[in-house]
Structure formats: structure tokens, C-alpha cells
Design a protein around this ligand. Structure first.
Ligand code: COA
Length: 147
């Protein structure tokens, strides 16, 4: 069953996201950061639950110009059954309804989920490089930092 994400989903979501070795959690994923994102973008964030357990998530949002997708994840035991597509479609529809014409997402180049996104209509950009700057905290030290 899918529903909008809520602030009290935080702990269960951290459990889900931490179950993937490739997922990095940063300051933006603190409880306060999570709540702030939901306050601004709650209508674009969804979870899927099964017997009261959260088994899927997507956090989408926009800055009025472009949409962004974060934390699309499906419990490993339920992958390959269409849940990821369902979550992504929900986020895309919600952004579309808000008048957003295009969305972007950041993904590590070695993440096999790139194939998933290609199957769901996303295309990989070769004409854009992502540039980042840490505004609060330590500068990039050579370990992965999230988008
Ligand atoms: C990416 C992810 C959300 C996909 O969820 P899912 O529920 O398995 O996706 P679906 O069942 O809707 O898959 C749709 C299609 O993509 C394919 N696909 C899904 N994940 C894939 C992967 N990692 N590699 C290749 N193909 C993949 C499926 O086989 C399916 O293909 P089909 O239509 O030909 O049958 C899930 O694999 C996941 O949680 N990965 C770990 C977290 C992650 O890396 N998220 C992305 C961060 S940006």
C-alpha cells in the first residue's frame, strides 16, 4: 500500500536506507533535515508499507523550476516486483501536477539502478558535470558524500 510519507516514518526509513551498502547518509538525512524537507516537499514524498513495515520510499521535491528525486529505495526482498516503478511514477505525477516540466536525480556511476532508471524513461546525461561545494561542515575528503 502506498501513502504519503510522514515525519514519524523517519526511524523506519533510516532502517530501510541503511540496508543498502551504496547509500550514504549525510547531514541532510538528520531527523531535522528530514522534517524540513517534508515540510517543504511532503506532497511529493511517498512510502510503500507491507504489514506496517516500510518497504519502499521516494523523496521528491522541487525548487519551482526543476524537480529532484532522492532516496528511491525498495526493500531487497521485494525488488523486481514493480514497487520502484510505482513509487517513481507517484513522485513524477505529483511533480507534474505542480507544473514541473523536468526532473533530475544524482546517482553514482557504478550503481546498477541506472538500468532501472533507463527502463523507466530517464536518460543519462553526458553533457553535464555535477559540481558541488560543502557550505557547512568539513570539505570533501575523498569519501563519498551524497548529493
Ligand atoms: C532501484 C530500485 C528502487 C528499483 O526498485 P524495484 O522495485 O526493484 O524496481 P522495479 O521492480 O519497478 O523494476 C523495473 C525494471 O527495472 C529493472 N531493474 C530494477 N533494478 C535494477 C537494477 N539494479 N539493475 C538492472 N535492472 C533493474 C527491473 O528488472 C525491471 O525490469 P523489467 O521491467 O524488464 O522487468 C531498487 O533496486 C533499490 O532500492 N535499489 C537500491 C537503492 C538504490 O540504489 N536506489 C537508487 C538511488 S538513486
Amino acid at each position: 500500500m502506498m501513502r504519503l510519507m510522514r515525519k514519524d516514518d523517519y526511524s523506519s526509513l533510516v532502517d530501510l536506507w541503511s540496508s543498502f551498502s551504496g547509500t550514504t547518509m549525510t547531514g541532510a538525512d538528520s531527523r531535522a533535515g528530514f522534517e524540513r524537507f517534508l515540510e517543504r516537499n511532503g506532497e511529493y514524498c511517498f512510502i510503500v508499507h507491507l504489514n506496517d513495515r516500510i518497504v519502499g520510499s521516494v523523496m521528491a521535491g522541487h525548487d519551482s523550476r526543476r524537480g529532484y528525486i532522492y532516496h528511491l529505495a525498495v526493500d531487497e526482498s521485494l525488488q523486481g516486483e514493480g514497487t520502484g516503478t510505482e513509487l517513481l511514477n507517484a513522485a513524477e505525477s505529483a511533480l507534474r501536477k505542480a507544473g514541473i516540466e523536468k526532473a533530475h536525480l544524482f546517482i553514482y556511476t557504478d550503481n546498477s539502478a541506472i538500468k532501472f532508471y533507463e527502463k523507466t524513461g530517464w536518460h543519462r546525461r553526458h553533457d553535464i558535470a555535477v559540481m558541488s561545494k560543502v557550505l557547512v561542515g568539513e570539505q570533501y575528503l575523498g569519501t563519498r558524500t551524497e548529493n
